[in-house]
Design a protein around this ligand. Structure first.
Ligand code: XUL
Ligand code: CO
Length: 442
């Protein structure tokens, strides 16, 4: 632990089991417990985000920040940033989180020039290196913030201004270098302003070509410097733009395929982004997983009644069970993790709230993992799926799947048969009951 503690009253959070009433203990997250042959720690690969947890102030469009962060002097000095980094690692350690993630501008202040920003970033990275070594906490991913500064008002790689493209390239180049220096296991692209507010003023085709060129440059530069981390694109349909080009998993994969980038990218799926796109998180995971593109998740949740990106901590066992079920189905997260892109509410302004929020969501995902594994062992869902599709296992279904017949043979088959064989029930309610049964039992 650091010499000066920012959280003197908080111990290293320990597993105490589901009966514990201790708000500073895990009830479900038991890092070394084995589920489907792997420790919980290795399945979940929890990661804490720097931006919400250490740069979030609680400001909203109607009022300023409320957060009480006694260790932060509120200045944009490098010293304050370095001190904040030390505090961040105390929190990571106390939560037993093996990973963290950042944007370049979260960890270090922007300078008066690009060179100054690079310098600030390096000076804070020196402390991050020290703290990673001291604690063993690792970098899940780095990224560049190319949406806050006013220069990115029209986008970054998709800006109508070529200078902005160049600036963004320089920023990503540096962020990749620092991510590599810190042993980052992935590098994320979230195109916050890579989209448009109005098509009247937008050359969409040209912007998409530029975005692809930007990604190809990133791939080339990774090769040049020997960065082997996984590139991830994070889909989101809107906010801040009206339409974001990386709107959902399907749009991202279509883009990557159209521009010959599929071999170099996977997806970082975020729950609240999925729901903004009109999808469930399990849909986005299953869609990406089916195409070998499941990379990582940004774990959070929206509010059922609010239509924007509220980035709340997920505590709903149904959501975490569904999420973990589809992650297990697709063989796990690989180099990705369960990254808490989530923020405490504006009213939860005390430092201790940072612990309650993470503990609760870590527990919810740990329980979701256990329930998901129990459902998988039961074969109930698998059994219903197998039965529903059995007409494809032999006969005409197998012939269609093998690609050996076409419309003419299918017409002849159906003319002879006259009518389809009786359909069978979809059993949706049976399966919903089965999920509840395991939520009760685990
Ligand atoms: C914004 C969002 C970002 C990305 C990283 O909605 O999710 O914080 O995760 O840029
Ligand atoms: Co995110």
């Amino acid at each position: 632990m650091p010499e000066m503690s920012a959280f003197p009253d908080v111990p290293v959070i320990q597993y105490e089991g589901p009966q514990s009433d201790n708000p500073l203990a895990f009830r479900w997250y038991n890092p070394d417990e084995i589920v489907e042959g792997k420790t919980m720690k290795d399945h979940l690969r929890f990661s804490i985000v720097y931006w919400h947890t250490f740069r979030g102030t609680g400001a909203d469009p109607f009022g300023p920040g409320t957060a009480d962060r006694p260790w932060d002097d509120g200045s944009e000095s490098v010293e304050n940033a370095q001190n904040r980094a030390r505090v961040a690692f105390e929190l990571f350690e106390k939560l037993q989180a093996p990973y963290y993630a950042f944007h370049d501008r979260d960890v270090a202040p922007e300078g008066a020039t690009l060179a100054g920003s690079h310098q600030n970033f390096d000076a804070v990275a020196d402390v991050l290196v020290e703290e990673q070594q001291r604690t063993g906490v690792k970098l899940l991913w780095g990224t560049a913030n190319m949406f806050s500064n006013p220069r990115f008002m029209h986008g970054a790689a998709t800006s109508c201004n070529a200078d902005v493209f160049a600036y963004a390239a320089a920023q990503v180049k540096k962020a990749m270098e620092v991510t590599q220096r810190l042993g980052g296991e992935n590098y994320v692209f979230w195109g916050g302003r890579e989209g448009y507010q109005n098509l009247y003023n937008t050359d969409m085709k040209r912007e998409l070509d530029h975005l692809a060129a930007f990604f190809h440059m990133a791939v080339d530069y990774a090769k040049e410097i020997g960065f082997t981390g996984q590139f991830l694109i994070e889909p989101k349909p809107k906010e801040p733009t009206k339409h974001q080009y990386d709107s959902d998993a399907a749009a991202c994969l279509n883009f990557l395929r159209a521009y010959d980038l599929m071999d170099h990218f996977k997806l970082n799926l975020e729950t609240n982004h999925a729901t903004l796109a009109g999808h469930t998180m399990m849909h986005e995971i299953d869609y990406s997983g089916a195409q070998g593109a499941l990379g990582s998740i940004d774990a959070n949740t929206g509010d059922m009644l609010l239509g924007w990106d509220t980035d709340q901590f997920a505590t709903d066992y149904y959501l975490t069970t569904q999420t973990m079920y589809y992650i297990l189905k697709h063989g796990g997260l690989g180099s990705g993790g369960v990254n808490f892109d989530a923020k405490v509410r504006r009213e939860s302004f005390e430092p201790i709230d940072l612990f309650h929020s993470h503990i609760g969501s870590m527990d919810a995902f740990a329980k979701g993992l256990k329930v998901a594994a129990a459902i998988r062992a039961d074969q109930g869902i698998g059994g219903v799926i197998k039965q529903r599709y059995q007409s494809w296992d032999s006969g005409i279904g197998a012939e269609i799947e093998s690609g050996s017949i076409g419309f003419a043979q299918l017409e002849a088959y159906m003319l002879e048969k006259g009518e389809v064989e009786a359909n069978s029930s979809g059993r949706q309610e049976l399966l919903e009951n089965l999920v509840n049964r395991y939520l009760d039992r685990v």
